[in-house]
Design a protein around this ligand. Structure first.
Ligand SMILES: [Zn+2]
Ligand SMILES: [Zn+2]
Length: 133
């Protein structure tokens, strides 16, 4: 499936081909902190399909508890997270679903790091809701 995305200010735009079956949610504490959200939703794109169209992401190298390093690309102007990939040889880009125009069609198929999932993050459907603020 072809997707295209943009950071919030629009400086960084990109295009890729993703497999919707690889859309997932990560509940790890790094994703919570880096996304500022209870969990992060991402979908994998093979590196060969990823094309940066405009802008240049700033890279933050994250070192996981395991020692694994990941390059996190984000917009230095608006702060929006764009992707994560390998530091040395990118084979795939983990695109942040919330920044993709096709996000409504990319429902997550699995969740990882459930052991650190916030206890309230799975029960949003029962909260009272309004269309706008
Ligand atoms: Zn931006
Ligand atoms: Zn994570």
């Amino acid at each position: 499936m072809e997707v295209d995305g943009s950071c919030h200010c629009g400086r960084i735009t990109y295009r890729a081909v993703v497999d919707p079956a690889k859309a997932s949610i990560c509940h790890c504490t790094d994703c919570q902190t880096l996304s500022g959200s209870p969990y992060r939703s991402s979908v994998q794109a093979p590196a060969a399909t990823f094309r940066l169209l405009t802008g240049q992401p700033k890279i933050y190298i994250k070192t996981a508890e395991s020692g694994t390093k990941r390059a996190h690309g984000f917009c230095a102007d608006c702060g929006a997270p764009v992707y994560a990939t390998s530091v040395t040889e990118p084979q795939a880009y983990s695109l942040r679903i919330g920044a993709l125009r096709q996000r409504a069609a990319l429902a997550p198929r699995r969740q990882i790091w459930c052991r650190s999932a916030l206890p309230w993050s799975a029960s949003l459907a029962s909260l009272p809701g309004v269309e706008r603020q």
